[in-house]
Design a protein around this ligand. Structure first.
Ligand code: HEM
Length: 424
């Protein structure tokens, strides 16, 4: 593991190794103390941007979508050498998450119905059935990779079923999501010759190829759906109207792309990260075993705060402004590090303690403001049900091998997590 220099001048948060080797929290702690709004200098690949690490600043940015917009990019990645296709591929101004008011709220209203507390609550029994099937499949095995055989399967099943995606294509959606969101990790760069994996170019090729395959899949799916309408999320979007007009295929395609990508890897990593945190804090795990009701009250929220599966989201300033004394220039990016703000000493008592009874716990793992996570209700329910069922059936489940983290500055991910257990 490379030893990090902990001086603001040397910090470059475009380096995925900081996250892969689990050193980001050390960097964040130093930045919050010494340079809470920190200029990340341009390097040979990416333009410079502001690292924002304090809770109050992330709230201020997220609550001002006129000053800090989403339609010019929501990740730190702004290549030095611009490719006009980058903007098209990221759906600037088209996809819900990369759209600004007033279009944003109108788009969001179209799908809200599928994500209300009532819609989420109605899925609990079904989600428990899915979990039961997943756990039945691992019951006879002495141990499994918790990520691929448990954590990944639940959010994949839930979002694919909501979209109407047939079971035979779920593995494809898993692979493509890994490429789109985890394309910087050599393990997912399978479309690139082995000798070239691990480079910036390999990451770019993987993300592009994963996105293109995802677009192709959903373009075909939407066309088939127009001929043979079904009552699922894509069906809802086909019927929907925006300002009196039906949505076109491109509009629906962006929704499908976003929902599959956003609904999948994020929840997977909250589940895997939660498993790891409970294993590393046996007294906290014991509290959940003794009192599973904690999962409905405080434990799931603490898992979300602790894991912060979306490492960052970015915004672009629409005019010159000031933040905590720093001069932000029009067109510059501000990158909001959720993992940092969720351990901000000004907001959370003893923030480096994983505490399943923590209250209050106003973490920002789902963001805040206009773009607050649409799927938060589903993610919370999936976390609650999977840990309830898991600990009921395998109370001694524990990590038994090396944790492999995702090489990514965007998703706080775990790729592999060996576990062993005996049935209760
Ligand atoms: C633990 C799991 C999850 C985490 C940590 C998470 C995190 C986030 C965050 C931080 C944002 C804010 C984006 C911004 O401010 O720019 C967001 C937005 C979003 N999330 Fe999630 N998410 C999770 C699960 C899900 C699920 C299960 C779905 C779908 C079923 C979903 C769909 C979305 C969508 C559509 C948006 C965009 C909302 C908008 O732009 O109005 N997410 N999510």
């Amino acid at each position: 593991m490379t030893q990090l220099s902990l001086s603001p001048n040397d910090i470059d948060l475009t380096d995925p190794e900081i996250f892969e080797t689990n050193q980001a929290h050390e960097v964040f702690r130093m930045l919050r103390r010494e340079a809470p709004v920190h200029w990340n200098a341009e390097n040979e690949v990416m333009r410079g941007f502001w690292n924002v690490t304090k809770y109050a600043d992330v709230i201020a940015i997220s609550r001002n979508p006129e000053l800090y917009i989403s339609s010019h990019g929501i990740t730190q990645m702004e290549p030095v050498i611009k490719n006009p296709m980058d903007e098209v591929m990221q759906g600037f101004g088209k996809m819900l998450i990369t759209t600004d008011p007033p279009r944003h709220v109108r788009l969001r209203r179209l799908v809200n119905k599928g994500f209300t507390p009532r819609a989420v609550g109605a899925m609990e029994i079904h989600i428990r059935d899915i979990v039961t099937r997943i756990l039945d499949d691992i019951e006879k095995k002495p141990g499994v990779d918790f990520v691929t055989e448990v954590a990944a399967l639940l959010p994949l099943a839930v979002i694919c079923e909501m979209m109407g995606c047939p079971r035979s294509d779920w593995n494809l959606m898993f692979d493509l999501t890994n490429k789109v969101l985890g394309g910087g990790d050599p393990e997912y760069q399978t479309d690139v010759p082995e000798a070239e994996r691990g480079t910036v170019e390999a990451a770019r090729q993987t993300i592009t190829s994963g996105s293109m395959q995802m677009f192709q899949y959903w373009a075909n799916f939407i066309q088939a759906h127009r001929k043979d309408w079904k009552d699922d999320l894509v069906g809802l979007l086909i019927e929907a109207e925006l300002d009196g007009d039906k949505l076109n295929d491109e509009d629906i395609l962006w929704f499908a792309f976003l929902l599959i990508v956003a609904g999948n890897e994020t929840t997977r990593n909250a589940i895997s990260g939660g498993m790891l945190a409970l294993h590393e804090n046996p007294a906290e795990k014991q509290k959940v075993l003794d009192n599973p009701a904690l999962l409905s009250s405080t434990a799931v929220e603490e898992i979300l705060r602790w894991t912060s599966p979306v490492a960052h989201m970015a915004r672009v300033a629409t005019r010159d402004t000031e933040l905590r004394g720093q001069q932000i220039k029009e067109g510059q990016r501000v990158v909001m590090w959720y993992g940092s703000v969720n351990r901000d000493e000004d907001v959370f008592a003893d923030p480096y303690r994983f505490d399943v009874t923590r209250a209050p716990n106003d973490h920002l793992a789902f963001g805040i403001g206009e773009h607050f996570c649409l799927g938060a209700g589903f993610a919370r329910l999936e976390l609650k049900v999977i840990f309830e069922e898991l600990f009921r059936r395998f109370p001694d489940i524990h990590v038994d091998g090396d944790v492999q983290r995702l090489r990514s500055t965007f998703i706080g991910g775990i790729k592999h997590l060996p576990v062993t257990y005996t049935s209760a």
